[in-house]
Design a protein around this ligand. Structure first.
Ligand code: PMV
Length: 326
């Protein structure tokens, strides 16, 4: 009753921001993402009568009480589904440091779902795994399928799951995650999403989204990189306008974020095809084609306030692996 899984983090190109149903984590809009090759979580889960209570450990990090509770809640879902009552030991490892400010909830809950269901003796299909991962963390639903992924919002839990639009080798893109100095207290995406309706721009965002989703799918079909880039920037700005106009206002950007945005605009004027997207934090994800990776990397490293850059290729989704962490 022991299994290990590896799952990638993903970067949303069309973002999940706002829920129809908080408990079920049903989103108000569909979203589209790319799995990241160098940002992943490995998780080993063992159910055993030897464990008197659930144990959760993140190697090299201290798990918070909130994180532990969220993991135990997820184990409860899996115990209920499989009909077992045994307690579990969960050990996880992130390839990227917590201090990088990158959310590990997507890769974390995808890996936990895969490993725990297997260890509990369940044999679930991709769709069921994606639904279950979604209940742990919305964006985790997108870390189950391969490559470039769409999470269909759906009207019920059974309809709200992610599937692969294209395999990872469909388009040789790069996501360079620039880790910037972050001294601000972070508002979690769960908290921030509760505030969306207080922004008068939120309804405008939802209205324009279906068109943007269609256009982004067209950019993928035709591999039109400038179109893809333009759309992901519009999308990121739209999310942050909503955040900045929520009450209380949430500013995820800092001076370095802004410096990178300005630099990206300048580089494009100089002919370098690079675009940005930003999640619920100050780090900027730089999107470019494989041929421009070196040039973008060189340039972004020169910007003051950039601490680290993690280069990612499109990656496969979560899967079981044979090396256990304990
Ligand atoms: O899955 P959560 O609750 O951490 O929300 C993710 C929110 C964003 O990262 C900003 C967007 C997304 O779709 O990943």
């Amino acid at each position: 009753m022991k299994a290990t899984a590896k799952a990638p983090a993903n970067i949303a190109l069309i973002k999940y921001w706002g829920k129809q149903d908080e408990k079920q984590r049903l989103p108000l809009n569909s979203s589209i993402s790319m799995n990241l090759s160098h940002c992943y979580t490995i998780s080993t889960v063992e159910f055993s009568s030897l464990y008197k209570k659930d144990q959760f450990q993140i190697l090299g990090e201290k798990a918070s009480v909130k994180e532990k509770e969220r993991v135990i809640k997820h184990l409860d879902r899996i115990r209920k589904k499989s009909g077992i009552s045994l307690k579990a030991r969960v050990v996880t490892k992130n390839s990227f440091p917590k201090s990088s400010g990158l959310a590990s909830s997507a890769s974390g809950f995808a890996a936990l779902t895969l490993a725990a269901t297997k260890a509990a003796g369940l044999d679930l299909k991709e769709k069921e795994l994606s639904i279950l991962a979604r209940l742990g963390s919305g964006s985790a639903s997108r870390s189950i399928p391969d490559g470039f992924v769409e999470w269909k919002k759906g009207k019920t839990s059974k309809q709200s799951y992610a599937y692969s639009l294209y395999p990872p080798d469909y388009w040789d893109l790069r996501d360079l995650v620039t880790v910037v100095i972050d001294s601000l207290k972070k508002v979690s995406s769960t908290e921030a999403q509760r505030l969306v309706h207080q922004s008068s721009y939120f309804s405008a965002r939802l209205k324009e989204l279906s068109k943007r989703i269609q256009k982004i799918k067209q950019a993928f079909r035709t591999k039109d990189f400038p179109l893809l880039g333009k759309l992901i920037e519009e999308e990121a700005v739209s999310l942050h306008v909503v955040a900045m106009t929520s009450k209380p206002a949430i500013f995820y950007w800092n001076e370095t974020t802004m410096r990178i945005i300005k630099a990206v605009q300048k580089w494009r004027e100089q002919g370098l095809m690079v675009y940005f997207t930003i999640d619920a934090g100050p780090n900027v994800h730089l999107f470019c084609q494989a041929k421009d990776e070196r040039e973008v990397l060189k340039k972004v490293k020169e910007i003051s306030g950039v601490l680290d850059v993690i280069t990612n290729k499109p990656a496969r989704g979560g899967r079981l692996v044979s090396n256990h962490l304990f």
